[in-house]
Design a protein around this ligand. Structure first.
Ligand SMILES: Cc1cc2nc3c(=O)[nH]c(=O)nc-3n(C[C@H](O)[C@H](O)[C@H](O)COP(=O)(O)OP(=O)(O)OC[C@H]3O[C@@H](n4cnc5c(N)ncnc54)[C@H](O)[C@@H]3O)c2cc1C
Length: 262
């Protein structure tokens, strides 16, 4: 690990202003992605600005038709939240399946979304539910937020403050774990929302994406039967020792069916 200066920020405003005055700053929340990257010398920040303890970025709020989850809320807190469990149980289930207890007790929803690993779980829920990402300067609709693997609409130094999830009529999550990392090899989040069905897939390709053909089929018939013959094009999917692109495509249909039945 290269040397860097560590700053424990005392507020969102201080974090933002310190970011502007450092050479190569990085925020840190749970450290579950950044620390391994530093350990492996994949990144070399001059300064690490800790925002993980800021209460103003943390917590879960029931806003009636939406649930707000603060950016530094841990995965374990989302999984155990009675609000999330009662209003969007599929989101609680998703959070409870991330990594292991250490990762769930340290990792944050904001860190996961800022990092946007193409195999991360949360992006599928954010896109599948049509959530809104709030930052220190604006709001970004899920459909405009994800820009491909490890790329998002965030500007340099912009901080995610919270995510608001509209409460769906129903939702489900189907997940096939990659046997080595336990990240999803395929994860499919389905939701029956006020604007129609949404189906979002993580793990298969270079970033989370929606499957319009499944969404259309589900709008007339919310059942696994309605999508069982839909084959997703695998041209842009990864092929590696864990699964071929064709297998990943086939598992999208299977996991979508399980998500609907869950
Ligand atoms: C062993 C292991 C297993 C894992 N398994 C899974 C899994 O199964 N599924 C899954 O989805 N993930 C998994 N993860 C990743 C985990 O969910 C991380 O918590 C997450 O990717 C990053 O969250 P963090 O709070 O730790 O972010 P950090 O490591 O602190 O930060 C990550 C990046 O996000 C930036 N950042 C952090 N917070 C903000 C913010 N509020 N605004 C703007 N930028 C911010 C940082 O600057 C940094 O660039 C795993 C990680 C490990 C180590």
């Amino acid at each position: 690990m290269y040397k860097f200066k560590y700053h424990r920020t005392s507020s969102l405003n201080e974090a933002r202003s310190q970011f502007g005055s450092c050479d190569e700053p990085r925020y840190i929340a749970g450290g579950m992605t950044l620390i391994p990257a530093l350990n492996l010398r994949l990144d070399r920040p001059s300064d690490v600005l800790d925002i993980g303890h800021l209460d103003e970025l943390r917590g879960i709020q029931d806003d009636g038709d939406t649930i707000s989850v603060g950016a530094t809320t841990r995965h374990a807190e989302v999984a155990k939240s009675s609000v999330v469990q009662s209003k969007i149980p599929a989101l609680a289930k998703l959070a409870g399946g991330i990594g292991d207890p250490l990762v769930r007790n340290r990792g944050t929803i904001g860190g996961s979304l800022a990092n946007n690993d193409p195999s991360a779980d949360y992006p599928s829920a954010v896109l599948g539910l049509g959530a809104t990402v709030h930052t220190d300067s604006r709001t970004i609709a899920a459909d405009d937020y994800f820009m491909g693997a490890f790329m998002t609409a965030l500007e340099e130094g912009e901080i995610i403050t919270k995510i608001s999830f509209p409460v769906p009529e129903t939702a489900g999550y189907g997940r096939l774990a990659q046997p080595a990392s336990r990240f999803p090899l395929i994860g499919v989040f389905v939701a029956k929302t006020s604007s129609g069905p949404r189906v979002a897939v993580t793990g298969a390709g270079p970033g989370v994406f929606r499957v319009e053909e499944m969404e259309k089929a589900l709008s007339g018939n919310w059942s696994a039967e309605a999508i069982k013959d839909i084959a997703v094009n695998s041209d842009e999917f990864a092929s590696d020792i864990h699964a071929s692109a064709e297998y990943r495509a086939a598992m999208i249909t299977v996991m979508a069916g399980r998500a609907i039945n869950s």
